[in-house]
Design a protein around this ligand. Structure first.
Ligand code: SF4
Length: 333
């Protein structure tokens, strides 16, 4: 297969937002050209919706739209569709990530499409994941030495990208904390620190411009600063999540709730954003809403029909309430 494959397409959806840097670096280190699908827009979403059954979640539909975009773009010889598992009942992955190759191949079996699939059995176990990637490189005709080097480079690139996001977020929080102190010590009360809103969502929701772009813009348009729960240190957030629950079964949800606990005293409010119908979030959101006290939470659900329409009003009200509360106008605040 590898002899016929020179250009590999990667759909810009689902775990691309968590591991995309690694995947792209891995293939480039093996000598392939990588083409990413375009950023999500209405056309991508509608193509994905047309290719999907009604019942799947919005994020899966968007992913399918990215596969269609790559197929119709005609630039790539094969499309990379991995399956991810964690092998850990306390840090599992949504079944969508596990079944993705089967779902994509079954959906597009009538097209003359080539898919490169792989199964990452234990994403958080480096030794195990390394073997999975080396096995893939072997199928792509790489030597053991090339395979190992590509994997190491790919890991380094992903870790560097993660660290850069974490550092940038920490710097933002450091500056905002400083502003808060200045504002709090202003005897005239005229200094006001910007509100800090933590956006808690799966990374392919939070950073997809079509899904969450309007929501982020609406928060920022109200003069608040958005920080992203998935941009805190994943390992630390994961450990902290056990303070919230011993039994929560999904790794990304653990990283998100750990991020809430890590940033709790530096934020003014939380926007908890999910894509309909999301199995893990239906439980997770409810658990956070019921058990996370002290920080106001706005829970938003985006579905394929309405998108983010009407959410601006809810966001404006939420920010107004936070500002009003910040001025000490609520007796029970
Ligand atoms: S976690 Fe939720 S939004 Fe993400 S793929 Fe699974 S069902 Fe869809």
């Amino acid at each position: 297969m590898a002899d016929e494959v020179r250009v590999i397409g990667i759909p810009r959806g689902l775990l691309f937002y968590k591991y995309g840097v690694m995947w792209q670096t891995f293939f480039e280190e093996l000598g392939f050209k990588v083409v990413l699908s375009p950023k999500t827009d209405r056309a991508v979403f509608e193509a994905g919706e047309a290719a999907s059954v009604d019942e799947v979640c919005l994020a899966s539909k968007v992913y399918m739209g990215h596969v269609v975009a790559l197929l119709e773009g005609g630039e790539c010889d094969a499309i990379f569709v991995p399956s991810y598992n964690s092998g850990d009942v306390r840090a599992g992955f949504c079944t969508k990530y596990q079944s993705l190759p089967d779902l994509v191949e079954a959906t597009f079996h009538e097209r003359a499409a080539k898919f490169i699939t792989m199964r990452v059995q234990k994403a958080n176990d480096h030794k195990s994941a390394r073997l999975d990637f080396i096995e893939l490189a072997h199928r792509l005709n790489a030597s053991p030495k090339q395979a190992l080097r590509a994997y190491k480079q790919a890991m380094r690139a992903q870790e560097a990208a993660n660290s850069s996001r974490v550092s940038s977020q920490q710097e933002t929080l450091r500056l905002l904390t400083k502003y808060r102190k200045v504002a709090a010590s202003d005897p005239t009360g005229t200094e006001q620190a910007p509100l800090v809103i933590l956006l808690v969502a799966h990374p392919y929701i939070a950073h997809d411009p079509y899904i969450a772009g309007d929501i982020v813009a609406a928060i920022e348009g109200m003069g608040a600063t958005v920080i992203f729960a998935d941009e805190t240190d994943h390992a630390t957030a994961f450990k902290r999540s056990f303070d919230f629950s011993d039994t929560l079964p999904w790794m990304i949800n653990r990283e998100l709730v750990g991020a809430i606990l890590q940033t709790y005293d530096k934020i003014d409010g939380i926007v908890l954003l999910s894509a309909f119908p999301c199995g893990p979030d239906s439980m997770f959101d409810d658990a956070v809403m019921r058990n996370m006290h002290g920080v106001p939470i706005l829970n938003l659900m985006i579905d394929a029909q309405s998108g983010s329409a009407g959410m601006e009003t809810r966001i404006e009200s939420f920010i107004d309430i936070l500002r009003f509360q910040g001025k000490g106008r609520y007796l029970n605040a």
